[in-house]
Design a protein around this ligand. Structure first.
Ligand code: FDA
Length: 305
């Protein structure tokens, strides 16, 4: 089921037909408050009343013209400005191929740098990690830009066999790292196929990051996961030491783990929730279904209704 959903996420025909079906549009609402900037900002404001800051992301990937990337940069500029006007603590998270990585790595780097400048003083600009074909180019982009733009963060995926080496190579940069398990279809020679291994790598990488910070290293870690078995020990570990207590947060996706989110807030564990918006949600939604194939029942139920 996971493989079928990840295959569907890259199928252009499904991407052009399924999003038009009403039952699919209804089901996707569980994971995003709406397609417009206003929908995302309204939800960010609602989260703020619960003491939870946000990360905003406009969905889209693999754009094919420089003009499209200009529109993406302008949209992020607008959402940052409107969030500031409303007094919201909202960061942004961007996909390199949405900003032109397929077209020209230089263009993607200029776009990310422009956003980092726009967000200076407002928080981190997180660079998402896409499929493994983009890992090298994404890390090169981060290495080039981080020395000048301290507010840039990058995502690392614990399912990739290479990530331990990548993390070691980034530590001298005082990196801001979002650690996730990984959401794409990857072959076993590149990614651990078993969930047990992916979780064990996550734990080990998380501890390595906290150890680096505790030893006086600079940087920040966002644990991007809903996995209670990982969050509990890592958050306890992070909070037990002064240096790490201020340099970490848990990051979750809108609509997932709501009870766990409330519990973290009640315990005073720093939490940020990532809110997605935009019309290009199909591949992203298929990846959310693939993470938990039981979610397909929501789509089926929506169809039956
Ligand atoms: P796991 O999949 O083991 O799930 C743990 C528990 O969480 C499940 O048992 C279930 O209860 C709940 N859960 C998880 N996913 C669910 C879902 N879709 N629906 C309902 N319940 C669910 N990936 C990537 O490759 N590149 C990236 O840049 C990012 N960025 C990113 C940012 C943030 C803030 C988050 C939280 C996640 C990402 N991801 C990502 C996605 C990530 O790689 C991973 O696929 C998901 O977080 C799901 O994995 P968990 O760590 O939650 O564990």
């Amino acid at each position: 089921m996971r493989s079928a959903l990840l295959w569907a996420s890259t199928n252009p025909r499904l991407a052009s037909t399924l999003p038009r079906r009403r039952f699919v549009r209804r089901a996707v609402r569980r994971f995003m408050p709406g397609e417009t900037r206003e929908d995302a900002l309204r939800e960010a404001a609602r989260l703020a009343t619960r003491g939870v800051p946000a990360i905003l992301t406009m969905l889209g990937e693999n754009v094919t013209t420089a003009r499209e990337t200009r529109e993406v940069v302008d949209e992020y500029g607008r959402v940052l400005a409107e969030a500031t006007e409303r007094g919201l603590d909202a960061e942004i998270s961007v996909k390199p191929t949405h900003l032109g990585l397929d077209l020209d790595p230089g263009l993607a780097a200029r776009n990310v740098a422009e956003l980092a400048r726009a967000a200076r003083g407002r928080g981190t600009v997180w660079i998402d990690m896409e499929g493994s074909a983009y890992t090298d180019a994404t890390l090169d982009l981060y290495r080039d830009l981080k020395p000048e733009h301290d507010n840039l963060g990058v995502c690392l995926q614990s399912y990739l066999r290479r990530t331990e080496a990548d993390l070691e190579s980034l530590l001298p940069l005082a990196p801001r790292i979002r650690l996730v398990k990984g959401a794409y279809a990857e072959p076993p020679d590149l990614a651990y196929p078993s969930k047990g291994d992916v979780d064990a790598r996550y734990r080990a990488l998380g501890r390595r990051l906290l150890g680096h910070l505790d030893d006086g290293g600079d940087g920040f870690v966002g644990f991007g996961t809903h996995d209670a078995a990982l969050i509990g020990p890592l958050a306890r570990d992070a909070r037990s030491r002064a240096r790490t207590a201020e340099r970490f947060e848990i990051e979750m996706l809108y609509g997932i783990g709501l009870r766990a989110q409330d519990a973290l807030v009640a315990e005073g564990v720093p939490l940020r929730v990532l809110i997605s918006y935009g019309a290009a949600w199909f591949p992203w939604y298929m990846r959310r279904l693939a993470e938990r194939p039981a979610n397909v029942w929501f789509v089926v139920r929506s169809f039956l209704r």
